[in-house]
Structure formats: structure tokens, C-alpha cells
Ligand binder design. Structure first.
Ligand code: SF4
Length: 335
């Protein structure tokens, strides 16, 4: 067993590696799962293949190490922690979704008092707890709630959300008064509130506690408004193009360049893998940025950038092509 907390599907992995006769395997894990890289590499090496663990950051399934695999001559990528997002034929890839073994019933019961004022509840989770979603639904039904689990057809599973895709929440948003998010951390439930404008309660099976997320979401919405107002003053705009396979939006960047040019702004296209304040501050002549890559960098880290950084849709608000209130209906930061 690799981990008592997450299921690395070792038997499936071994079977696939044998079937594909893989000789050189590049393993990719998000930060929270990197400590298991050692054990995973040993499982693969026991099958006679060379195992290489990617030590670079990995934030999502968008970040598949295709160029790295080709550079290393790897004939297989094993990507852990997410379901498939990028469609590609360049390097064969196995996705180990690493479902969490944590029990969720007790923590969902803890969330029930927070949901007291609402009857219709939307239920969402990440890939780690997707198999337990029906257990959460059962608890809510026993508590007298009406439950909606959305399936917009964009994700692998009904009710599943990622950091940049809340389509399964938005598709049931009109039918519910609030959402219950089952999973760890604040990143995803804040996204649910931003994407739907509905209150969201968190049931965190890792911390074994339930809590509200509204204050953090309101703080981020105020920051977004401030960033857009600052962006309006800027004349020289950097348009960021992410180079990670699932984040590259070259065509969108060109469209934005044309729109901004018509709105009287000067622009520069900037391509980069890691969007950090240190990298973009190398261009002091640029007064503000539009980030066409991972939207969560814009939403969660904007304070660190010292200059306004906004999403493509927010830039339309800044140049008067979209109203602030329309951001929610458009998904705000989704594709
Ligand atoms: S683009 Fe950002 S939010 Fe979306 S999967 Fe990648 S890292 Fe996560």
C-alpha cells in the first residue's frame, strides 16, 4: 500500500505498465501527493521500467509534462491526483485519480446545521471524493433536503468540479439556494460561490469540520472590482499566454489584443510557463496584465502581483464591452 489516505490503484497501474510494455515512466504528482513519489517509483521500478518523478510544480491536469516526457524519452506519463483534462496523442498517459479513503458521512452531518435556512442544496466535490458523493446525498436527504447534483457534460463525473470548471455547479444553480462542497481546502468552494453567486458550505473530510466560505468569497469579489478599476487607468497591457498544455489560449490572446487595440490600449503578448510576480515584474513598462492561463492565479494571488492582473472576461468589463453583473452569468473565469 502506497498511502493510507489515497488510493493509488496499484494493481491497475501495474497491469497497464505491463500491457503497454513501458520502459521509461515519468511520474507527475501535485504538491500534496509528492511525498508518495518515492513509493510509486519503487512500484514501477519493480516491473523493470525506469521511473522518473517530476519535481516541478503541478497544480492541475492542465499541466501535463509533455515536453519534459519527450525530452527524457519517456514512453509513458503517470499523472496522479486529477482526472483527464488535456486531449493529446503525443505521449501515452495513465491518470491515477487518487480517490481519498476518508469517510464523509460524519462531516456532512456536521455541515447540516450550516444549511439550516435552505432546503434545495447543490452538491459538488473534487475527484478525490467523487465516489462518496452519493453518501453525502443520502445524509442530506435524511436531513430533509432536496439535493441537486449537476452534470453539464464537461467533467468525468456528475457533481465533479475543478479549480477552473464549475459547470456542474452552474448547471443546477437556478434550482438550489446554496451549495455543499465536500472536500479539502477553501480554493474550490470559493470558486463555487464566484461561479454561481450562491452561498457555499464546506464539509472537509480531512479536517473533519464544516464551515462557511462567504467572507473569503466576498473579499475576493471586492478585490476583483478593485483590480478592474485599476486596469481601466492602464495604457500598456501585457497579455499572458500560458505554455502549459491545458492553459495555452493563443487565439483568445490574439482576440483580446485586437479588442484592446480598438479600445486605445497598447499591448504586448507574453508567453510563460509559471506566472509569478517575479517573472512578470521583469517588464516594468507594462502597467497591467490580462491572464489567459490559469484563472485561479488571477483570483487567488492577485495581491502578490503589485500591478492589476485580471481575467479575459474582466478585461471586457474594463473596456466597457461587458457589465460587471454579467460576469457571473458568463462563468466569470471559466472557459
Ligand atoms: S488551469 Fe488552473 S485551475 Fe484549471 S486545472 Fe489547471 S491549475 Fe487547476
Amino acid at each position: 500500500m502506497i498511502s493510507p489516505t489515497f488510493d493509488f490503484e496499484v494493481q491497475k497501474l501495474k497491469k497497464e505498465i505491463r500491457k503497454r510494455k513501458a520502459k521509461r515512466v515519468l511520474i507527475q504528482l501535485p504538491e500534496g501527493l509528492k511525498p508518495y513519489g518515492w513509493q510509486l517509483a519503487k512500484v514501477i521500478e519493480e516491473l523493470g521500467a525506469v521511473a522518473i518523478v517530476s519535481a516541478d510544480h503541478c497544480y492541475g491536469a492542465c499541466d501535463l509534462p509533455l515536453a519534459e516526457a519527450e525530452s527524457l524519452g519517456a514512453d509513458l506519463i503517470v499523472h496522479c491526483g486529477h482526472s483527464q483534462m488535456v486531449q493529446q496523442n503525443a505521449v501515452p498517459t495513465i491518470y491515477i485519480e487518487t480517490k481519498a479513503k476518508a469517510h464523509i458521512k460524519n462531516v456532512v452531518w456536521k455541515a447540516v446545521p450550516y444549511l439550516e435556512q435552505w432546503r434545495e442544496i447543490g452538491l459538488v466535490t473534487t475527484i478525490q471524493h467523487i465516489e462518496k458523493l452519493r453518501e453525502a446525498e443520502q445524509v442530506l436527504l435524511e436531513a430533509g433536503k432536496v439535493v441537486a447534483i449537476g452534470d453539464a457534460g464537461q467533467m468525468q463525473y456528475p457533481g465533479q468540479i475543478t479549480g477552473c470548471n464549475y459547470s456542474n455547479a452552474r448547471t443546477v444553480s437556478d434550482k438550489v439556494s446554496a451549495f455543499l462542497y465536500v472536500g479539502g481546502g477553501k480554493f474550490h468552494p470559493i470558486g463555487v460561490t464566484l461561479a454561481t453567486r450562491k452561498p457555499t458550505i464546506v464539509a472537509d473530510p480531512f479536517q473533519k469540520r464544516a464551515f462557511k466560505i462567504q467572507d473569503e468569497a466576498t473579499r475576493i469579489i471586492k478585490k476583483r472590482w478593485a483590480n478592474i478599476q485599476q486596469f481601466k487607468q492602464a495604457k500598456r497591457i501585457g497579455i499572458l499566454i500560458g505554455l502549459k498544455p491545458g492553459q495555452k489560449k493563443y487565439t483568445q490572446a490574439l482576440e483580446l489584443r485586437d479588442l484592446l487595440s480598438k479600445a486605445g490600449r497598447q499591448t504586448m503578448l507574453l508567453a510563460l510557463r509559471e506566472i509569478t510576480p517575479e517573472v512578470v515584474m521583469q517588464f516594468p513598462g507594462v502597467e497591467a496584465f490580462i491572464n489567459t492561463a490559469c484563472p485561479r492565479i488571477t483570483l487567488d494571488d492577485s495581491e502578490r502581483f503589485l500591478k492589476p492582473i485580471i481575467t479575459p472576461l474582466e478585461s471586457l468589463v474594463a473596456i466597457g464591452q461587458l457589465r460587471w453583473g454579467e460576469l457571473w452569468a458568463k462563468g466569470w473565469f471559466e472557459d
